[in-house]
Design a protein around this ligand. Structure first.
Ligand code: ADP
Length: 652
């Protein structure tokens, strides 16, 4: 029994042992596999460290002993594996200088990781010191109890990226510098709310809201812009990406509590990011308030000018420098019955009476070339197609450099004057005709009386000097006859009826005859005549005599102190017959010298009572000489005398 019990006991023990062995074996297997796993893990971990392109090292303890260092970090340090087990400071003494040793200790002490971003470090590569940039993490390494035992360093060189970032930073800096140093008003707005990202001083000054505008929505900074249509414009630029350009736009800015009007040229430019999406709007503006105010004044003054010009009865037209009309006033529209557009579209030539077109064309062309003012008479068609006489004037408007900018012309209707003048001329012609016959016969009778009456006659017991009286009457009658002839000539010229009766004669003889005739009526004159050449011409003898008479009588009349007159007959260098009449009288000012040949022109300042006349003589003389294809010239100096010379072509 006992034996059986024992056997049973032994068997049980043996089973127990087998069980334990089996358990041990199993646990051994487990440990083996765990060990294997750990080995695998450690291997993978090492593999991970060594195959990583990042620089990795594990530092242990306060001395920061290098436990692990992968290939990339060894390469960077330019060290071999033998450094393993050495403190980092021995291998890399410069970590102290760079402040990295301190940073590693901070990690050890605080258990907090530390990061570096694009940290600049000078390193020597192929004997060259180069600035490089690194991103790194210092990660605390804790044991199972959570105590920090070391630091894992994982670093990457990011030099190209850092250089790129540096470039971006520099360019951003320059961009900001440019904005801030610019005289233009510049602001950059971001997003739909138009947040002010950048605003330079120039624009801040105009906004008048102080310096702290960055970060605020534009229309919170400038609420006064809301009612001026600005939000809509910004919205449109932001949404549609189309820039908005404005010139001399008036804008009101609230400055120091009051609204101030300014004028601005500006562009609102959509701002896109690299992907082309609109991120905001840039404002680039110029304050053109002075110019704007000036232009406003100019516009106002132009408006006034137009109102004035439309009010007056004269026809006013402005043209370009080349003579192209740009404006006709109301008077033109009323007179022609055309609209402004019709007038501007059609050539102004069509408004002018056919017969006047050619000379007006020439006149305008020559003025366009020389810049000379125009003053002339011409006929313009009215709305019924009837030509009406006008006095036209045009003057060039020049800029400060004297360059012609435009022309302004005025046409004043003088048809009534012309009609009156015509009536007057017909009347004068009639009167002159009617007077000529009786006056001529009076002269005949006086000459007859002179020849038959004695020097003195007894009447009422007085001795009357009849002959001197008759002589005086004769000279007055002479004047009258001359005046009547001049009047007749005047109307002949007006009506183009002055006909020359040409004959061959000796100029010298004709002059002698004229002087002889004159010496009866002008006993006081002292004529000194010089025939430098004997000249025969073909001309109207009477008319040439009339010119010489006129020049000599003028010479005497306008020389109150000396009656000396020098007459010269000569041939010019260009082979023309010439007669000059020189006096030593009052002379004629330069600006009057061309005017005196105009009809009825008399130099003002000459006292009418001292020098009687009508201003017809020189006009007639000039017409006569021009009809002979010749010219009259005058040389004169006030106070010294005048010299009139007429020249006639010899080969007529
Ligand atoms: P008038 O009848 O007035 O003399 P003219 O046509 O002969 O008319 O002359 C025009 C103007 O020219 C004169 O009024 C005078 O002012 C000026 N004039 C003409 N001849 C002379 C002269 N020899 N000396 C100075 N002035 C002259």
């Amino acid at each position: 029994m006992n034996k059986d019990l024992r056997i049973q006991e032994l068997e049980e023990k043996s089973k127990e042992k087998e069980l334990r062995i089996a358990e041990l074996l199993a646990s051994n297997e487990r440990l083996k596999s765990e060990n294997e796993n750990l080995k695998n893990e450690a291997h993978s971990f090492r593999e991970l460290i060594h195959s990583s392109p990042s620089m990795i090292t594990l530092l242990k303890g306060k001395n920061l002993v290098i436990q692990v260092a992968n290939e990339p970090i060894l390469k960077f340090w330019q060290k071999e594996k033998c450094i393993l087990g050495k403190p980092l400071i021995e291998v890399h003494p410069d970590i102290r200088e760079l402040g990295l040793e301190q940073l590693l200790h901070t990690v050890l002490e605080s258990g907090e990781p530390q990061f570096g971003y694009e940290m600049p470090v000078y390193i020597t590569r192929s004997d060259k010191r180069e600035l490089s940039h690194f991103n790194f993490v210092y990660q605390p390494q804790k044991n199972r109890n959570g105590e920090v035992e070391g630091v894992a360093v994982i670093a990457q060189e990011v030099t190209p990226k850092a250089i790129y970032h540096e470039k971006i930073k520099n360019s951003e800096f320059r961009y900001r510098e440019l904005i801030h140093s610019s005289n233009s008003l510049i602001a950059i707005l971001k997003g739909e709310d138009m947040i002010v990202e950048i605003a330079n001083q120039a624009i801040k000054d105009v906004w008048g809201k102080g310096d702290n505008v960055e970060g605020k929505p534009l229309f919170n900074v400038l609420p006064e812009m809301i009612g001026q249509g600005m939000p809509e414009i910004f919205d449109d630029v932001y949404k549609n990406g189309q820039p908005y350009i404005a010139q001399e736009r008036p804008l009101l800015h609230q400055q120091n509590g009051s609204l101030k009007l300014g004028y601005f040229d500006f562009v609102y430019q959509p701002q896109k990011n690299i992907s082309g999406e609109i991120e905001g709007v840039a404002i680039i503006a110029h304050d053109v308030t002075n110019q704007g105010l000036l232009n406003k004044k100019i516009r106002e003054s132009e408006k006034k000018f137009r109102e004035l010009v439309n009010f007056i009865p004269h026809k006013i037209c402005t043209t370009t420098a080349e003579g192209e009309p740009v404006f006709y006033n109301n008077s033109w529209l009323n007179f022609t019955g055309k609209t402004s557009n019709e007038l501007l579209k059609n050539s102004w030539y069509s408004l002018i009476y056919h017969e006047d077109r050619e000379f007006i064309g020439e006149l305008v062309e020559s003025s366009m070339n020389t810049g000379q003012d125009i003053e002339t008479e011409l006929r313009i068609f009215n709305k019924d197609g009837i030509p009406k006489w006008h006095l036209a004037r045009a003057t060039a408007i020049k800029n400060e450099e004297g360059v012609i900018n435009s022309w302004i012309s005025s046409c004043t209707e003088i048809q009534k004057l012309k009609d009156d003048e015509k009536r007057k001329e017909s009347f004068l012609k009639l009167v002159s005709h009617e007077l000529k016959t009786p006056v001529t016969s009076i002269k005949g009778y006086i000459q007859l009386l002179q020849s038959i009456l004695p020097e003195k006659v007894e009447a009422d017991s007085r001795n009357i000097p009849v002959k001197p009286y008759l002589h005086r009457i004769e000279s007055q009658i002479e004047r009258l006859i001359r005046l009547i002839s001049e009047m007749l000539d005047l109307s002949r010229i007006e009506q183009n009826e002055l006909i020359l009766e040409l004959s061959d004669f000796q100029l010298n003889e004709q002059i002698e005859t004229v002087i002889e005739d004159l010496s009866f009526s002008h006993r006081e004159m002292q004529i000194d005549i010089s025939h430098e050449e004997k000249i025969s011409i073909k001309a109207d003898k009477e008319r040439i005599g009339q010119v010489i008479t006129n020049l000599i009588t003028n010479a005497v009349k306008y020389s109150p102190d000396t009656k000396k007159v020098s007459v010269r007959v000569f041939r010019t260098e260009d082979n023309q017959a010439a007669v000059s009449v020189k006096d030593y009288g009052i002379g004629i000012a330069l600006q009057e010298q061309q005017q005196i040949f105009k009809r009825f022109y008399r130099v003002s300042g000459n006292k009418d009572e001292t020098y009687e006349g009508f201003g017809i003589g020189l006009y007639l003389s000039n017409e006569i000489i021009e009809k002979h294809q010749g010219r009259i010239l005058v040389k004169s100096e006030p106070g010294k005398g005048s010299e009139f010379t007429f020249k006639l072509p010899l080969n007529q």
